[in-house]
Ligand binder design. Structure first.
Ligand SMILES: NC(=O)C1=CN([C@@H]2O[C@H](COP(=O)(O)OP(=O)(O)OC[C@H]3O[C@@H](n4cnc5c(N)ncnc54)[C@H](O)[C@@H]3O)[C@@H](O)[C@H]2O)C=CC1
Ligand SMILES: O=C(CO)COP(=O)(O)O
Length: 336
């Protein structure tokens, strides 16, 4: 299989919904793309049937996508989009410790146990790699279908890396926007997943559109407080990878995080709602570590704390909402 990858410009690591959709987008103009699947049988199925029935059913994949489960073979590619879920970035990347190409991180989350953002995890596992972050409002099935999509591409290597990556990643309906703010791009994606669970709860409890808009707005205030304290730039948080993705994910049951929250709001227990999911709702894993980081920094994130209470099954959704509404009245200032 590795011979088939020789000379390719780009590969995607992780054949979940998002990795598969990114591979399909990259192959949309006939370019060859390598797609690494952790599951060997899934790689074989993709090559034989041009389908990923496990994670992206419905899409017919381009002939120029070559799937493989040989991780070492991917090391030869100069650009890798890394799309394993956040909690598995370190373990999978440790299989390519000497990778020295462009490593474009696409997972949205914070590592549980360490509190590390994705770029920090990546630099520890593959110190020679040049890290970038691709993040924004991007439902996988829409990208796979070729619908117009815009993302933030935050490059730790600044303009020189952007000049390399933009032509490799951009396609007529997929527009990356340049940023040098890696931390800001990471934080937007990680925090919005947690807030999307809260928005799903609002939907599940039937609390209405006013409540959802209030939650998006007050949730954005929490994202700003946390992001600025972590060194993010305000304009990144207000852009595609922050507010843009927050609005998308908080508005649709296409979001796995939103649908998890909806199930909780409808009365399912957290363990039942999380059990048996083949797909990942990153916010459930990020919420506790995000709440810990915020506490350590003295940052108030009441909505994030409420999501932790819910995903840890400590109280039913109605009680959690009641205690949020009973909080003392205060000034609206997001940063106050
Ligand atoms: N699905 C979407 O629309 C989007 C997802 N993302 C992000 O992309 C990342 C990946 O999500 P999806 O592709 O949607 O995943 P998915 O939920 O479709 O699939 C789960 C993935 O986890 C992998 N996996 C399971 N156990 C593993 C282990 N022990 N070690 C390594 N990998 C393991 C599976 O092989 C599979 O690739 C997440 O951080 C998600 O937030 C970002 C933008 C859009
Ligand atoms: O990140 C996403 C859209 O930008 C996908 O959100 P979910 O993981 O909640 O489905």
């Amino acid at each position: 299989m590795s011979a088939a990858l020789n000379g390719l410009a780009i590969g995607v690591i992780g054949a979940g919904a998002w990795g598969t959709a990114l591979a399909q987008m990259l192959a949309s103009d006939g370019r060859a793309v390598a797609l690494w699947a952790r599951e060997p049988d899934l790689a074989a199925t993709i090559n034989a049937t041009r389908r990923n029935p496990t994670y992206l059913p419905g899409a017919t994949l381009a002939e120029t996508i070559t799937a493989t489960s040989d991780l070492a073979a991917m090391a030869a590619l100069p650009v890798l989009l890394w799309v394993t879920p956040a909690q598995f970035l370190g373990s999978v990347l440790s299989g390519l410790p000497h990778y020295a190409g462009d490593l474009v991180l696409c997972a949205k989350g914070i590592e549980a146990g360490t509190g590390r953002l994705m770029a920090e995890v990546a630099r520890a596992a593959a110190p020679a790699a040049q890290v970038a972050v691709l993040s924004g409002p991007t439902f996988a099935h829409e990208v796979a279908a070729g619908l117009p999509t815009a993302v933030t591409l935050a490059c730790s290597g600044g303009d020189a890396q952007w000049q390399r990556l933009a032509p490799t990643i951009a396609r007529p309906t997929f527009r990356p926007y340049y940023s040098a703010d890696v931390i800001g791009a990471e934080i937007g994606g990680a925090v919005k997943n947690v807030l999307a669970i809260a928005c799903g709860v609002v939907e599940g409890l039937g609390l209405g559109q006013n409540a959802r808009a209030a939650l998006i707005s007050r949730g954005f205030a929490e994202m700003q407080r946390f992001g600025l304290a972590m060194g993010a730039q305000a304009e990144t948080l207000a852009g595609l990878s922050g507010l843009g993705d927050l609005v998308l994910t908080c508005s649709s049951s296409s979001s796995r995080n939103f649908s998890l929250g909806k199930a909780l709001g409808e009365g399912q227990t957290a363990s039942a709602a999380l059990a048996g999911r083949a797909t990942v709702a990153e916010g459930a894993y990020t919420a506790p570590v995000l709440a810990d980081l915020a506490r350590q920094k003295g940052i108030a994130m009441p909505l994030v704390d409420a999501v932790v209470t819910l995903v840890q099954g400590q109280a039913p959704a109605r009680d959690v909402v009641a205690s949020l509404l009973a909080r003392p009245l205060r000034a609206e200032r997001p940063l106050g």
